[in-house]
Design a protein around this ligand. Structure first.
Ligand SMILES: *Cc1c(COP(=O)(O)O)cnc(C)c1O
Length: 419
């Protein structure tokens, strides 16, 4: 029998907004000065402060990270039928904007060192599709990917990098902020991100023309004329000055949030000693993540049997072993929120026909065989890295308002899954 615990009285969240009071003052300022639209001091200030913080010349505040990614795709010049290389294990907002512009995402497998785009697979992809000109890279869970290698490959092939730093605001690689490496970069202020505006996003670039285009496109592409004159397709993607007030109030707390998230990560790491698990890895020599979400991965020898269909999962409990499904169900039972790893894009029904490139080359045949009939590797494990991390990994409650006592209980609950 596994140990029983009492339920958390208040739900322990994966990652929820953490407000400080300053947000309300800036909202009030917008209200009292009647700047309640998509123009105002809060917008100007968040653009200035974020550009300065990230070390980029221009920041354009938008309604969402997804809107920023969409306009980045336009800037990158994606046309109907163009193939675009993209991170595979990520939130689908990374890749959907490629499709908005008629592009075809080609998914690049993940590496085990940082859980981001594998440069070896990317190199392979250029052997197969040398014509590709755009690469969309995400930094998963706030951990910077292998930026130098990816940039070297991009430069060698004359490709543009779009960085999806939605999850990694404040994380650095070799002392430089993520969101500043690509030609066009995106961050998000969605409600569960490291700092939030309740919604919102930003496009970052050093290219003045690009920034001006984004300002124009995001406000319905008005031309300079006495009436509404339009030469280009427009969008209603600008950030509201009220939302910008929330972001403005949050920016001073970014470093504090990162420190809290890091402490959570370290406490989990310590608490899981002796279990057949490890935390989501990062390159400690070159990078400093923002630790947005703490995740764990179960070693193959610690995995009980787990099978996932399209929309449901089954597992068989075993002494000394567990699996993401068992741990997530157990956390939910006690009123704590975990989450599976982002299900890789190449496994998603909507993208099942898209190319998927692993270190070995075309990964599609093997993947589809696995999905349709459980064909797996010799040791019974899935056949590509993204699928493997999805199979064995999960995101843990990482809310920065979680107390040490609550987290210790979460650690004990997870340990009990392995009894
Ligand atoms: C949150 C997120 C986005 C989208 O940001 P929104 O502001 O919610 O539109 C894009 N990519 C990744 C990896 C994200 O986590």
């Amino acid at each position: 029998m596994k140990e029983e615990f009492t339920r958390f009285e208040n739900k322990v969240w994966l990652s929820s907004p953490t407000m400080h009071g300053t947000e309300l003052e800036y909202i009030k300022e917008a209200y009292e000065s009647n700047w309640m639209s998509t123009v105002g001091k809060n917008i100007d200030e968040v653009e200035r402060q974020i550009a300065e913080k990230l070390g980029v010349k221009y920041a354009v505040a938008l309604s969402a990270g997804t809107a920023a990614l969409h306009l980045a795709m336009k800037l990158a010049g994606i046309k109907r039928g163009d193939k675009v290389f993209a991170s595979d294990m990520t939130f689908d907002a990374t890749v959907n904007p490629i499709v908005y512009e008629g592009g075809i995402p080609v998914f690049i497998d993940t590496e085990y060192d940082t859980w981001n785009m594998d440069p070896v697979a990317l190199e392979k992809a250029f052997e197969i599709y040398p014509e590709v000109k755009v690469i969309v890279v995400a930094h998963l869970y706030g951990t910077p990917g292998k930026i130098d290698e990816i940039r070297r490959i991009a430069d060698a092939h004359g490709a543009v990098i779009v960085e999806d730093a939605a999850e990694s605001l404040g994380a650095t690689y070799k002392g430089v902020q993520t969101g500043s490496f690509g030609s066009f970069n995106c961050i998000s202020f969605n409600g569960n991100k490291i700092i939030t505006g309740s919604s919102g996003g930003m496009l970052l670039t050093n290219d003045k023309d690009a920034a001006e285009k984004v300002r124009k496109w995001s406000t319905q592409s008005r031309e300079n004329a006495p009436w509404y004159q339009h030469e280009e397709l427009g969008y209603n993607y600008r950030m509201s000055n009220v939302i910008a007030g929330v972001v403005r109030g949050q920016i001073p707390f970014l470093e504090e949030h990162i420190a809290q998230k890091k402490a959570i990560y370290e406490r989990y790491k310590e608490g899981f000693k002796g279990l057949p698990v490890s935390m989501n890895p990062y390159d400690a020599e070159n990078s400093e993540p923002n630790f947005w979400l703490s995740c764990m991965i179960i070693k193959p020898e610690g995995m009980c049997r787990q099978v996932r269909g399209e929309c449901e999962a089954l597992y068989q409990s075993e002494p000394g072993k567990s699996c993401p499904t068992e741990i997530l169900e157990t956390l939910a039972k006690y009123n704590a929120e975990g989450r599976p790893i982002w299900k890789p894009m190449h496994m998603q029904p909507i993208y099942r026909m898209n190319p998927f490139i692993t270190r070995e080359g075309n990964g599609r045949a093997k993947t589809n065989a696995y999905i349709s009939g459980g064909s797996v590797g010799e040791d019974g494990r899935p056949l590509d890295v993204g699928m493997d991390i999805f199979h064995r990994g999960l995101c843990l409650p990482s809310d920065n308002k979680m107390t040490a006592e609550q987290q210790d209980k979460i650690i004990r609950i997870i340990r009990s899954c392995f009894d």
